[in-house]
Design a protein around this ligand. Structure first.
Ligand SMILES: Nc1ncnc2c1ncn2[C@@H]1O[C@H](COP(=O)(O)OP(=O)(O)OP(=O)(O)O)[C@@H](O)[C@H]1O
Ligand SMILES: [Mg+2]
Length: 268
């Protein structure tokens, strides 16, 4: 029997590397409407857990880029990846199933349904990715429980049985967020959630977005309310006239002379 006299082989200690996972990658996206270019060669990466404020003047192409991400608009060039998967061939519903949820600027609740059922329907949609299928989905009580929790999380616990038409806009904006969150998205896309709200309502909804983010939700937030964006977003992306102008830490971006002159007219 041979006895080894050599020292035991040291076990290689692999230090755990802190991985930043990209949730969304937009690569060289260009969108043209006729002769007009609405988005010009935009690239953007959003990592897990980030809250990115997306700002820029009217007509900058913000909503167009959001629509490219959700699949409503097909770009002429470039591609979008969710968790590394190219979405070029994915339909809007497939993107929802893959983990994208959009709360639109114009609130569109189903007026015949209570606040609770509006969210419960979206909870069903998380499984079926189709509102029609969700309507025939069976596990209603479970979905209503989840909807009640979500409505409480967004501060609407008192109005679960109300019809949307009886409530002010501020409530409906929160409902939009609850419906998007019902999909348990990997990426929450918000297009001007604060538009039309008074200062107190805007602050309250911005606080809610921040709370969701602190709970781990990755968020891309289009918003004109710069005061609230600067209060809650650590990272900013600025687009002007379709062109990417600046991307990065909010303080640095807001000191960028190009951002100041183009976006703020040199006033800031
Ligand atoms: N479906 C469309 N067909 C033709 N042109 C479009 C279409 N959608 C947007 N545009 C044009 O693309 C440009 C960018 O519009 P977009 O709505 O993306 O800007 P935005 O940054 O969201 O502006 P806002 O802050 O006013 O919402 C505008 O010139 C707009 O007129
Ligand atoms: Mg827009």
């Amino acid at each position: 029997m041979m006895m080894s006299t050599s020292a035991p082989t040291p076990v290689l200690q692999v230090e755990p590397v802190l991985q930043v996972e990209p949730v969304l990658q937009v690569e060289n996206v260009t969108v043209r409407f006729g002769g007009d270019t609405a988005v010009k060669n935009v690239s953007l990466t959003i990592n897990q857990g980030e809250l990115v404020g997306f700002i820029g003047p009217n007509g900058a192409g913000k909503t167009t880029l959001m629509r490219v991400i959700t699949g409503i608009v097909k770009p002429q060039e470039g591609r979008v990846l969710l968790e590394g998967k190219d979405l070029a061939k994915s339909t809007i519903n497939e993107r929802v199933s893959a983990g994208m949820a959009l709360a639109q600027q114009i609130v569109q609740p189903l007026h015949a349904l209570s606040m609770l059922d509006n969210v419960a329907l979206a909870c069903g949609g998380a499984k079926t990715a189709s509102v029609i299928n969700a309507m025939f989905h069976t596990n209603r009580e479970q979905e209503r429980d989840k909807a009640r929790d979500l409505l409480e999380r967004v501060g609407l616990g008192e109005v679960v049985d109300a019809l949307p038409a009886t409530l002010p806009l501020g409530y409906l904006k929160r409902l939009e967020v609850a419906r998007a969150m019902a999909l348990e998205p990997k990426l929450l896309l918000l297009d001007e959630p604060l538009a039309g709200l008074n200062q107190a309502e805007a602050k309250g909804l911005a606080d809610l977005i921040l709370t969701l983010n602190k709970g781990g939700q990755t968020v891309l937030l289009i918003e004109h309310n710069l005061r609230e964006v600067l209060r809650i977003c650590p990272t900013l992306y600025v687009q002007d006239n379709g062109l990417p102008l600046a991307f990065g830490d909010a303080d640095t971006v807001m000191k960028n002379p190009e951002v100041r002159s183009a976006y703020l007219g040199g006033q800031a």
